[in-house]
Design a protein around this ligand. Structure first.
Ligand code: HEC
Ligand code: HEC
Length: 347
């Protein structure tokens, strides 16, 4: 055999060998493939609030409008900003009067798929959730009907509401419009989804190993595909994180103290700090803490790295619309705001 043929034969051998090894590894991941599904490209839409371009456009304006808050300081976008993947980098939110909230603002991306909203699950629908955020003592401190009155004085808003819901702004259609906009804030294009759809290169070997550990160690029991949450309420007690009593807020049942809704892990790599109160600062640390507290397991350093890499495969492309802030209707911003103007004595 001359040198050329021998190089040829040995490289052929190598090629055969490595494809067999890779094939075997791929097969090993087939089992996991069936355990995950990509998220749908359209979220559930309630029958009484069908999604139309007019409703989405109105909701987008309200989402960004500081005139929805008592002092004009905050809007949904203030705490849930696309620059931070719909979440915020602070441990806990700062409200309209500079007060500190009990919780970190988690991302609004894909919230349209959650079966309840907030760590306590206190809002069942996005419509309720949006009104809850406007009323919140910390977030906006306004009464939605006051916001409606204020914004109806701006002709462009009144007309936009008329077009979207056939009526001027009201408590009900403010909630519905914001919810409509939120239904567009979804991220169905992420590496795991692409891999599930057949793009073998979409995830690295390390991410695939991490996927296997995520299942084998038991993370998927609570962080279930496709949303990486089963939306149950689980006990989680951590130092520095007890300002918020979790599910107890809703049920007043002692056993529900410090039970929090399992958060979705979609885009989690982009939204530190972690936990309901921003107590844990980095993703590897959070993975380690979950192993200890939820699974009673001390994860090895390489397992933590692999699982962290896998969680990066859940980062999706943000919708274009979310990254451009609309120009808002002009007017109506004077004489109506300020800490001295408390909401209509209803508190
Ligand atoms: C001052 C900051 C602030 C403002 C303003 C604010 N939020 Fe939030 N948001 C938070 C915090 C903090 C949480 C977590 C609270 C909790 O779960 O107890 C949250 C939770 C949420 C959630 C639930 C996410 C989940 O995973 O359960 C959604 C959805 C949301 N906000 C949307 C909105 C919308 C829509 C508006 C505007 C109407 C808004 N927020 C205004 C801070 C804010
Ligand atoms: C028994 C249910 C359960 C299991 C098992 C579990 N988790 Fe969690 N996970 C939760 C709950 C509940 C929270 C929310 C805690 C909080 O916000 O205070 C959470 C939070 C997280 C967060 C932070 C999310 C955020 O945005 O703040 C990450 C990351 C995470 N889990 C990853 C994992 C990994 C990785 C595993 C496996 C090693 C795992 N979890 C196992 C219930 C669970």
């Amino acid at each position: 055999m001359n040198i050329k043929t021998s190089v040829f034969v040995s490289s052929l051998f190598l090629l055969l060998f490595s494809t067999t090894v890779l094939q075997a590894q791929e097969d090993a991941y087939q089992k996991y493939r069936s355990m995950f599904q990509p998220i749908p490209t359209i979220p559930p839409i309630p029958a009484d609030n069908s999604l139309t371009p007019e409703r989405i456009a109105l909701g987008e304006k309200l989402y960004w409008d500081r005139r929805t808050s008592k002092t004009g300081a905050t809007s949904c976008g203030f705490c849930h900003h696309p620059a931070y993947y719909g979440a915020e980098p602070m441990d806990r939110s700062v409200g309209v009067f500079g007060e500190i909230h009990a919780a970190n603002a988690h991302t609004v991306l894909n919230a349209a798929f959650h079966s309840s909203q907030f760590f306590s699950g206190s809002a069942a629908t996005l419509e309720e959730q949006a009104l809850g955020a406007i009323r919140s003592h910390v977030a906006s401190r306004s009464w939605p009907e006051e916001v409606a009155q204020r914004l109806n004085r701006i002709p462009e808003y009144k007309a936009a509401a008329q077009e979207a819901y056939g009526a001027p702004l009201s408590e009900e259609n403010i909630g519905k419009a914001i919810a409509s906009f939120m239904r567009t804030l979804i991220t169905p294009d992420y590496p795991l989804a692409r891999w599930l759809q057949g793009d073998e290169q979409a995830m690295s070997e390390q991410q695939k190993r991490g996927m296997a550990s995520f299942v084998d160690k038991g993370c998927a029991a609570c962080h279930t595909s496709p949303y990486f949450s089963n939306f149950s309420f689980q006990k989680f007690e951590i130092e520095g994180g007890m300002h918020h009593e979790g599910r107890y807020k809703v049920t007043e049942n002692e056993d529900d103290k410090f039970r929090y809704k399992v958060p979705s892990l979609l885009n989690v790599a982009m939204t530190p700090p972690y936990t309901h109160a921003g107590v844990i600062k980095t993703l590897p640390e959070m993975v380690e803490v979950m192993g200890e507290k939820m699974l009673n397991t001390k994860l090895e350093a390489n397992e933590i790295e692999d699982i962290t890499a896998f969680l990066h495969a859940l980062t999706g492309e943000m919708p274009e619309d979310f990254m451009t802030i609309p120009v808002l209707p002009i007017g109506g911003g004077t004489g109506d705001f300020g800490p001295e103007l408390m909401p209509s004595g209803k508190e």
